[in-house]
Design a protein around this ligand. Structure first.
Ligand SMILES: [Zn+2]
Length: 188
């Protein structure tokens, strides 16, 4: 394999309707194909934790620190937050056409089905529930649950959203909790 790591004949970078730039199928992709390798710095767990903490401090403790960090094995992670990692541009979807998998020490986006030329390449970021409100999902698919959360947490997420809505209604009924200053033009 003489191909430069992180390059792929299958993808092109384009502006995305979901978020910023995304990666798109440059040609038809069969099911079960390694679409692109998710490359980055191979770092120890300790270094990975240090980088995540640093990023968390920058991002204001909303969980964004771990966005690009992939578990490789017990000892090492991949920090994909590097310019040569095109796969980092792949957007999250609640109904994705790819998944990530580790094969012989390399992380790949693998197609879950046939992908037609021009389709945006997506995968589920599999975030946990902790900061879900900081990560609204704009994937626009029918399956969208509104937030970037791994599907194993969807039942819990739906409960959390219900609870939040109920609490909001309660607050509104009490007539409290409005922002001061009338910025939103709220009538009294
Ligand atoms: Zn979604």
């Amino acid at each position: 394999m003489s191909k430069a790591r992180g390059e792929s004949k299958y993808v092109a970078i384009r502006k995305s309707g979901i978020h910023n730039r995304g990666i798109f199928a440059a040609r038809d992709i069969p099911e079960g194909e390694r679409v692109i390798e998710y490359v980055g710095d191979k770092v120890t767990k300790a270094e990975s934790d240090r980088r995540a903490d640093l990023q968390l401090d920058k991002a204001g403790k909303n969980g964004d620190g771990a966005v690009y960090i992939f578990t490789l094995n017990k000892r090492y992670d991949i920090d994909g937050n590097v310019s040569w990692n095109k796969a980092r541009l792949a957007n999250h979807s609640c109904d994705p056409n790819c998944e990530t998998d580790v094969i012989k020490g390399h992380v790949y986006l693998i197609s879950l089905r046939e992908i037609g030329k021009g389709e945006e390449i997506t995968y589920n970021y599999n975030f946990d529930l902790e900061f879900f409100e900081d990560h609204p999902c704009l994937c626009g698919t029918e399956k969208c649950v509104g937030y970037i959360v791994g599907d194993e947490y969807w039942p819990k997420l739906r409960k959390a959203i219900k609870k939040k809505k109920a609490a909001k209604r309660k607050k509104a009924a009490k007539g409290k909790g409005g922002k001061k200053g009338g910025k939103a033009g709220k009538k009294k």
